[in-house]
Design a protein around this ligand. Structure first.
Ligand code: ATP
Ligand code: MG
Length: 561
């Protein structure tokens, strides 16, 4: 049976083996541990689908845990957005919503235990000195002069640290491991630092805060996690994870690392995304160009398309870049089945049907979705004055242009054959402002009785019935496949795409969209998938282009080959 969330991967092999050996009494318990210092992005979705997906597939549990130990950068706004986004992706943690900050007291007690065992010490070196003493990859570090303080002295100093008696940065608590270890992480890493700052949840209760490595393994242990899945950059931290748990002799989850998601033309780093937002390169975390979950949602992506993407790309131990088109294709597949087809004209050109009576109006039947006939039909009004796409007309057509041109006949979708008689231009600018055409009443909704053929079918709207709309077209936010690849002296921002947003203010859509609600998706025939933006109102409809109909980039690169 095909699994819903994951494709077979090396983590499942590890879990299968553990289950066979009845490790953890045959239980699987994972967690998703975001730090609330920004909005979640599609990279986090990979981790969410993996952790919650494994729990579902093995009938285990997955906790939601905020890893909130940095008072300077964390906020409730981020907590709320993360909760909303994980739920929207379709996952549920039941009553297991946890915060590392709720474990501060217990973490403190574990630190005290390490001190009592002679495995941790208070160090008075400055951050700068600690760095110097650490050594390098090729040279061992040097022991701190404070390393051999007695447990009693350390305990006393640590209590004073907690009581707020020392200045920020004047002392830290360090693990006493091995200054000569080949792994720099193991050279007496810092476990606690002094920060006299208020925490968004713990308030002013604490002025010492535990470091990530210390907090993470202990939070996993406290919650009874069996498999602690994280990204590859934590591989070097695993010995420390194991060391802390072994010293304390408590429940010991297995840390497993996988490759983080990278997507072409996309940045997946909360820190950089925050910068992009704060410096105004986009309009917010939910700007439809952002790879955040909230941005993707506003752009028109669905939870299922993101979950399918995460399953499709799989889980490995090797870093790579996934093409952005893979994600787009997952969405196209879904919207092709689900989105209603409608007609919209983005760059309108007026067409007057000279032999169609002025007062006449017809309602023509149109199929909502040829992929799913159960979605029914709707009526689209036809009248004497229409709009077609400016691109669909060419005054002097090149060889392979089969659409409308002077003297040429084409089909209007669901309507009639029309033939172009005349081109009207603005006297001053020479710009084409109107086409005069005739229609053939015998071709209504079908072919010509005499069997004559046309080479193109155009979409259109009736001018007096259409609704005016604003349409926002998006391109990738960065111009480089790897936005981090930069010339010396510049940073990723030099790769921002100045043309990532194009706003078309005077578009026309068929009247059936009158009550379209924000978030709903449509296929604009021949143009792509669009969704109603939250800026949309009764007065003015606003659409985002979610994706084009086909993957135009793939087409271009195929042609080049
Ligand atoms: P960023 O690098 O964007 O700041 P982070 O790792 O600092 O991300 P966390 O909030 O700590 O962000 O991440 C929560 C979980 O999501 C972690 O387990 C992390 O490994 C995972 N994660 C973050 N980014 C990715 C990614 N690009 N691909 C897969 N998993 C990711
Ligand atoms: Mg992190």
């Amino acid at each position: 049976m095909e699994k819903k969330y994951t494709s077979s991967n090396f983590i499942e092999e590890i879990i299968d083996k553990d289950l066979k050996n009845n490790k953890n009494e045959g239980c699987v318990h994972t967690r998703f541990p975001p730090e609330p210092n920004g909005y979640l992005h599609i990279g986090h979705a990979k981790s969410i689908c993996l952790n919650f997906g494994l729990a579902t597939e093995y009938k285990g549990l997955c906790n939601m845990r905020f890893d909130d130990t940095n008072p300077e950068t964390e906020e409730m706004e981020y907590v709320n957005s993360i909760i909303r986004d994980v739920k929207w992706l379709g996952f549920d943690w039941g009553d297991r919503l946890f915060y590392a900050s709720d474990y501060f007291q217990q973490l403190y007690e574990y630190a005290v235990q390490l001190i009592e065992k002679g495995k941790a010490y208070v160090c008075d070196l400055s951050a700068e000195e600690i760095r110097k003493y650490r050594g390098t990859l090729t040279e061992p570090g040097e022991e701190s002069p404070y390393r051999n303080r007695s447990p009693e002295e350390n305990l006393d100093l640590f209590k004073c640290m907690r009581a707020g008696e020392f200045e920020d940065g004047s002392r830290v608590l360090r693990a006493k491991i091995d200054m000569a270890s080949a792994n720099l992480t193991m050279r007496d890493p810092t476990l606690y630092r002094i920060r006299k700052v208020s925490h968004y949840r713990a308030g002013n209760k604490w002025c010492i805060y535990p470091m990530y490595d210390f907090t993470h393994c202990l939070s996993d242990s406290i919650e009874g996690i069996t498999h602690s899945i994280c990204t590859l950059e934590f591989e070097n931290n695993r010995p420390l994870y194991d060391w802390i748990l072994n010293q304390l002799g408590i429940h010991h989850p297995q840390q497993i690392e996988f490759a983080r998601l990278n997507i072409s033309y996309t940045l997946l780093s909360k820190r950089k995304l925050l910068e992009v937002v704060e410096e105004g390169h986009v309009k917010g975390w939910d700007d439809p160009r952002m790879p955040t979950i909230t941005g993707l949602r506003r752009r028109g992506f669905t939870p299922a398309s993101i979950r399918n993407f995460c399953r499709r790309i799989g889980v490995t131990k090797f870093n790579s870049i996934v093409e952005a088109t893979v994600l787009e294709n997952c969405l196209r597949e879904e919207l092709n089945k689900k989105a209603s087809r409608v007609m919209a004209v983005l760059r309108p050109l007026k067409v007057v049907i000279v032999n169609y009576p002025e007062e006449r109006k017809e309602e023509l039947g149109a199929t909502n979705n040829p992929e799913d006939l159960s979605m029914g039909e709707r009526k689209v009004p036809f009248s004497r004055v229409l709009y077609i796409e400016r691109d669909d007309f060419c005054e002097n057509p090149p060889k392979k242009f089969f659409r409308l041109a002077p003297g040429r006949e084409v089909r209007l979708r669901y309507a009639y054959f029309i033939k172009c008689l005349d081109v009207i231009k603005d006297k001053e600018t020479g710009k084409i402002i109107e086409l005069r055409c005739t229609y053939d009443p015998a071709t209504r909704g079908g072919d010509a009785p005499d069997g004559r053929k046309v080479k193109a079918t155009l979409h259109w709207v009736s001018a007096k019935d259409a609704l005016e709309a604003e349409v926002r077209l998006y391109d990738y936010l960065f111009t480089k496949r790897d936005p981090n690849e930069v010339e010396e002296g510049t940073d990723y921002k030099s790769n921002l795409n100045p043309k990532s947003l194009e706003v078309l203010k005077s578009c026309y859509v068929e009247p059936s969209l009158k009550n379209a609600s924000p978030g709903s998706s449509y296929q604009f025939e021949r143009l792509g998938y669009f969704c109603v933006d939250k800026d949309s109102s009764k007065e003015k409809l606003v659409f985002n282009r979610t994706v084009s109909l086909r993957d135009t980039w793939a087409k271009i690169s195929k042609k080049k080959k």
